[in-house]
Design a binder for this molecule. Structure first.
Ligand SMILES: [Cu+2]
Length: 148
């Protein structure tokens, strides 16, 4: 039996080179958080560098590993850290934006597979102006886990 997520991963790979504009933005050190069995959600982090002279933005992400993928940030509200969905993550010209715990992250909601160290999460990053970049985020165990 061929798992549908494997087929989708192959499709993501095939389309990853289509984004002519994606080269303006470098993606380094992507990783996904390992989660214990039964935990339905996780997050992917990375560093984004805008090598161009234009302001750019990450507008979406897609992965076969989760049912829903959202861009999130953390905000302080009433003395608590809360996650909030954002429409995009802006990367000003020449700047570096780091997605990290307690900050911007790609939220994986409804995991379709267990995320254990040693695995990788295939993900397409979609930028404004049509750029698309495929990454493979290794799964890392981290403590303390993100509070959701
Ligand atoms: Cu989140």
């Amino acid at each position: 039996m061929i798992r549908s997520s494997s087929l989708l991963a192959a499709a993501l790979l095939a389309t990853a080179t289509l984004g002519a504009q994606a080269g303006d933005i470098s993606v380094t050190d992507p990783y996904a958080l390992a989660v214990p069995p039964g935990q339905p959600n996780s997050a992917v982090f990375m560093t984004l560098v805008n090598n161009s002279k234009e302001n750019r933005a990450r507008v979406a992400a897609e992965t076969p590993s989760a049912g829903v993928v959202e861009l999130h940030t953390h905000v302080h509200e009433d003395g608590m850290m809360k996650m909030r969905k954002v429409d995009n993550i802006e990367i000003p010209a020449g700047q570096t934006v780091t997605l990290k715990p307690s900050g911007f992250h790609v939220m994986l909601i409804g995991l379709k597979e267990k995320l254990e160290p040693g695995q990788e999460v295939h993900m397409n990053l979609i930028f404004d102006k049509g750029g698309k970049e495929h990454i493979m985020a290794p799964v890392r165990a981290m403590a303390p886990p993100m509070a959701h």
